[in-house]
Ligand binder design. Structure first.
Ligand SMILES: Nc1nc2c(ncn2[C@@H]2O[C@H](COP(=O)(O)OP(=O)(O)OP(=O)(O)O)[C@@H](O)[C@H]2O)c(=O)[nH]1
Ligand SMILES: [Mg+2]
Length: 469
């Protein structure tokens, strides 16, 4: 038996909160946990419901389901419930931090029976999409954020915090400025706990706001300094994939959030699965994917992307979809890009034979020559599985560290540079007593250095160590 692992999920800003709503619905459904009952409803015998649900959730073994339930949720069985109806209540180990009250309040209103009100931190005044405002409010909120996280850890019985997962959009004021304050709190309190972020970078078409480039430069700098690894997500790209594969003409945030939730859930489940032939864990993820501190930006893909009751792809189809660079959830021009490392995880009706098509695919993938293996494969074989209430034969996910990802940063840097050179919007920072000219210049220099690391590594042809972290 493996040691219990505890994770904490931190959702920041509107994008974070929106994705959380979809994610937790998905987690309840897939793990066969009945959604808690709203006060006033007659409580059912949840033990019975859990057993029934377990039969439906054939993807995971009973032990794994228990493990996963334990990892995501705190199982509250209080005396009052015990006396009345053996009511089990699974409460997510999760915290929501935003600056605008309205989206958080309405989220809580809809879900007050699931999330205790202490799980929400918000402020009456929003950031107006400004990093500077969000940073100021975030700095004031730091003691409160620390207090909430500490009591959450205590109340949800988080004993062995193995990793923290942060979900946010870099273009938002909260998703950038608050992110920085959250990192400060986490680094101070849990300096050794690795942090994986799922970060939505501004899209070419969807970004609502010119200021997103400034926010993103700040956020990227923060991620560079603090995250153990960052999965890069791009709304435009996900929209295109949804359009193409689901044939939906105008995908909504709901549609995108569904895909992002499935990716986050699947990555976490892979980290947690004790039943896999080759197991990954949180630390192995970083050891395999992040060779140097600054080379930590990952591309992600999921197959079958189109997930419905008809998605019964063969193992070969799955590998084909997963190794097709067009299917990563970020808009990248692969050009001269080379892989530093990749991790492929498979679940469902398949076994080690999946390695054969992967090895064949690898021959056409450009790996950096100084990395010895570069491909990690995790397999969790299952006869049958059900995800989010739907039967699925097999599923795969990929996390890839490829130097081509620097084009995402180049795009934002180009937008940023045009505004910065003209001194645009600097007065907003001055109002908050922030020397943005200096700070942004430094942040941009750090990002340029990171991109250079990737570029040098890409050009290196020897196995000799060429970059230093
Ligand atoms: N995938 C996805 N992206 C979103 C969603 N809501 C907003 N975004 C994107 O997130 C970016 C803006 O960030 P938000 O999360 O709205 O902002 P915030 O972090 O709340 O910060 P504020 O500026 O303080 O409101 C834009 O690029 C949006 O396209 C969502 O529900 N799903
Ligand atoms: Mg907001």
């Amino acid at each position: 038996m493996t040691e219990a692992k505890d994770l904490l999920l931190v959702w920041i800003g509107q994008a974070g909160v929106n994705i959380a709503e979809r994610f937790w619905a998905y987690a309840y459904e897939t793990l066969g946990i009945p959604v808690p009952i709203k006060t006033g409803d007659i409580p059912a015998d949840i033990d019975k419901m859990l057993d029934k649900k377990l039969e439906m959730t054939e993807f995971y073994t009973e032990y794994e389901i228990e493990e996963a339930r334990r990892m995501f949720f705190y199982n509250l069985l209080d005396d009052k419930d015990r006396a009345s109806n053996k009511q089990k209540k699974y409460i997510p180990r999760s915290i929501f931090i935003d600056l605008e009250a309205q989206p958080v309040r309405s989220f809580h209103e809809r879900n007050s029976h699931i999330f205790p009100k202490d799980d929400f931190i918000y402020n009456t005044f929003g950031s107006h999409s400004m990093w500077a405002r969000a940073k100021r409010i975030g700095t004031n909120l730091k003691p409160y954020i620390l207090d909430r996280i500490q009591s959450l850890i205590q109340m949800r019985a988080i004993q062995n915090l193995e990793g923290i997962i942060i979900i946010h959009a870099t273009g938002g004021g909260a998703g950038s400025g608050l992110l920085d304050s959250v990192f400060e709190v986490l680094q101070d309190k849990f300096p050794k706990v690795p942090t994986l972020t799922f970060s939505i970078f501004p899209s070419r078409k969807l970004s609502g706001n010119v200021i997103e480039a400034y926010n993103t430069i700040y956020a990227a700098n923060s991620l560079l300094a603090n995250a153990s690894a960052t999965v890069l997500l791009d709304n435009d790209k996900i929209i295109n994939l949804v359009k193409e594969k689901y044939q939906i003409e105008s995908p909504t945030y709901e549609d995108i959030n569904m895909i992002i939730s499935r990716l986050i859930f699947s990555v976490i489940m892979q980290i947690a699965m004790p039943g896999a032939i080759i197991r990954a864990d949180f630390n192995k993820l970083f050891t395999n994917l992040v060779p140097y501190k600054y080379m930590k930006f990952l591309l992600a893909g999921i197959a079958p992307f189109k997930f419905d009751e008809f998605s019964q792809n063969s193992t070969e189809d799955l590998v084909k979809e997963l190794t097709d660079e067009q299917n990563y959830m970020a808009d990248v021009n692969f050009g001269t890009g080379k892989y530093v490392s990749t991790m492929y995880f498979f679940m469902g009706k398949l076994g080690p034979e999946v390695k054969t098509p992967l090895r064949i695919a690898k021959e056409n993938m450009d790996f950096m020559p100084w990395i010895p293996t570069g491909m990690f494969i995790g397999i969790t074989p299952r006869e049958k599985m059900t995800l989010d209430g739907m039967p699925l034969l097999r599923q795969g996910i990929v996390l890839a560290n490829n130097s081509a990802m620097r084009f995402i940063f180049q795009r934002t840097m180009a937008q940023f540079q045009v505004m910065f050179n003209k001194g645009a919007f600097m007065h907003h920072f001055k109002k908050e007593n922030i020397d943005a000219e200096k700070e942004l210049k430094q942040a941009a220099a750090n990002i340029t250095r990171m991109m250079k690391f990737y570029e040098i590594a890409e050009k290196s042809t020897t196995k000799k160590r060429t970059v230093k972290s």
